[in-house]
Design a protein around this ligand. Structure first.
Ligand SMILES: [Zn+2]
Length: 312
């Protein structure tokens, strides 16, 4: 997918609606989901059709962030949706700015634990350009968030893209220390990031089940490890674990509500720290400036209060 700068900077949505169903990782229930085209500047919005007939519209924005334990959840308008990050990651990976996600239950189906099934659906739908400039913000100066020995540092870049270098270090013989980098590119995302599956440890399963989580977990929707080895079969990449961390970040950063132009370096991070970065970016007005779509990197007058997208 080779694009000129001008083309790259227009908003994109789906060419048609696609429907899928699958099991919720936490609920274990069957869930139906439609991905539908949406108008320019509407962003990504979950539309939860609740069993009592009421409908909750929940934009994928930081102000609606909910659960952050083992997944990223959103809540608002009287509803809650869990495990949004892999679908958001696929939409971001394919540079889809506007999409309505109609969902029959409060959790995005886990599918195979990766974003590949969503990429397949988006390819089926087709992606079209819209007559509106992409809402890009560039980082103006370095920023760091940390928690214990985990941290994320974002720095300005001359590139017009978001790029990431991710490091993990798990004290497990099958993981250990690994690192990977990714620079925004839909083709590379689809082949090198989307297939990386979520992973979990067998010893955590009972604890999570007691908390009412991961009722739908199986060896078919995650890389599962006992204390010594991987028990769910072959890895898709030798460094699948760190690639999945990039996949998760790519989904969580959507909650900024804009396309981000920056280079990000993350060490031992996770959903909570990803969210902390988004919160810091939104709460520190001089950290972000609009990217002029015609003249690269010209700073325009901008107030954070006017950047909220309205729901479609
Ligand atoms: Zn994940």
């Amino acid at each position: 997918m080779k694009e000129t700068n001008t083309q790259m900077n227009t908003q994109r949505t789906l060419a048609k609606t696609v429907t899928f169903s699958g099991t919720g990782l936490h609920s274990g229930c069957a869930i139906r989901c439609d991905l539908r085209p949406a108008r320019p500047d509407s962003g990504i919005v979950f539309i939860l059709e609740q069993p009592n007939g009421s409908i909750a519209r929940i934009p994928a924005r930081f102000k609606n962030i909910g659960a952050l334990t083992y997944n990223t959840g959103l809540r608002g308008d009287g509803g809650e949706i869990l495990t949004v990050e892999h679908l958001l990651s696929a939409l971001h990976g394919y540079q889809v700015d506007n999409c309505e996600i109609h969902i029959s239950d409060r959790e995005v189906p886990v599918m195979d634990g990766s974003a590949s099934p969503f990429i397949y659906l988006l390819s089926e739908a087709g992606i079209i350009r819209q007559n509106a400039p992409r809402r890009s913000l560039r980082l103006t100066r370095p920023v760091r968030v940390d928690s214990g020995d985990a941290w994320i540092e974002a720095t300005p870049t001359d590139d017009r893209k978001l790029s990431i270098e991710y490091h993990i270090d798990f004290p497990h013989p099958s993981i250990g220390a690994m690192a990977a980098t990714f620079s925004e590119d839909p083709h590379v995302y689809a082949h090198a990031i989307a297939p990386a599956r979520t992973f979990g440890f067998l010893r955590e399963v009972e604890y999570l089940r007691e908390k009412g989580l991961i009722r739908g977990a199986s060896l078919h929707n995650a890389v599962v490890l006992d204390d010594h080895r991987i028990i769910s079969g072959e890895l898709r990449f030798p460094d699948e674990f760190v690639r999945h961390k990039i996949l998760d970040f790519w989904g969580d950063i959507v909650l900024l509500g804009h396309h981000l132009v920056a280079h990000v370096h993350a060490v031992k991070a996770g959903h909570r720290l990803h969210a902390m970065l988004v919160e810091t970016l939104l709460k520190t007005p001089d950290l972000l400036a609009p990217v002029d779509q015609k003249v690269p990197h010209r700073v325009l007058h901008w107030q954070p209060a006017v950047t909220e997208a309205s729901a479609p």
